[in-house]
Ligand binder design. Sequence first.
Ligand SMILES: [Zn+2]
Length: 389
Amino acid sequence: MLTVSKDRVLLTTITGSLPRPHWFVANLQGRPFSIAMTDIAFREQYTDAVAAYLSDQVRAGLDLLTDGDARCDCDVGGRSWFAYATERLYGLEGHHVGRGRTASSRDKVAGDIMFEVLETRVLPNVRGGVRRGPLEYARVWKVAQRLTRKPVKFGAISGQMIATGVHDEHYGSRRDLVMALAEAMNEELVELADAGCPVIQVEEPAIHGMVGVDDKEVTGEFLVEAFNREVRGLRGKAEVWCHTCWGNPAAQRTETTRRFYKHALRYFDELDVDVVTFEAADNGGDEIESFAKGLGADKKIAIGVVSHRTLQVERPEAVASLIRRALQFMPPERLIVSTDCGFGRQGMSRLHAFYKMVALVRGTNIVRQELGLPPADILAADPKGALIG
Ligand SMILES: [Zn+2]
């Protein structure tokens, strides 16, 4: 059900992750979050980092905030997006050094940055039946939400994406593994919703990456079934988002050649979610019309208007132009303005991420004013705060 974005026009947010402050050097290193939070240095650095992330987003004028994925360790190529979950599920043990399973068309040979990403994508083996472990998503979300009155969205990796990274020694059936992960994650997400989290974002169905590329064993229909198992019951309690993109390890696109969403849209339309997010900045917004037409009008569409792959900060006019383009195909009540993917942790600096967030809201304000809507208050763009000029 819609909570935060209900009756909201051009809601603004980011995908989730933000670059770490230089002083945030503590890591969970496999510890349960609640144990790490008894460690003075971790607790102080973690809490202050989340406070800084929230403050940056408020100063940028964003409507829906995130905790910056501060729980993720500072490891290579976004490993922790996988590892936070895989280190906290029962049935997974040890570590497997391998290149992982991926439907990506990128070659990943030595000399390519993706080779190093996969070399360090060290994740556990599946040695027994997968069960929910100390993921503690509700607790992690609460630490952020108690620092602000603004709503905080919580996002995390999907079970079917975890299945692409772990080494299965137990199930022998990819479908069984995917479904077991979906069931374990569902238990966790239901607890998160029950704790009061208003917006839950399940990150990356494997659908758009696999359909038409590697779908002999696991079909698009099955991935829809597994995704819907993972979010079962959530929409009665919270607003549910599905995030999609074309990759973010070390800020890279995981494909060698450009891929398109068009083959996946009919599957996305069957997902039991309120909002689907799409990359639109990195591909120039070419596919926005297909998003609007490919998904039923009951689903809101979030488009990325700034890229996580470039350091050039988008101009507000370019952001406004992308939003206007989207509004040719959908009413403003249906459109959410976001980022293509997360900004953390090895791609860009806090400075770049901050001004991209500000550009996102400045650009949205241009369109809001054109539509006669009140603009968001952007403290960062208030001339009264400028020391020069
Ligand atoms: Zn993404």
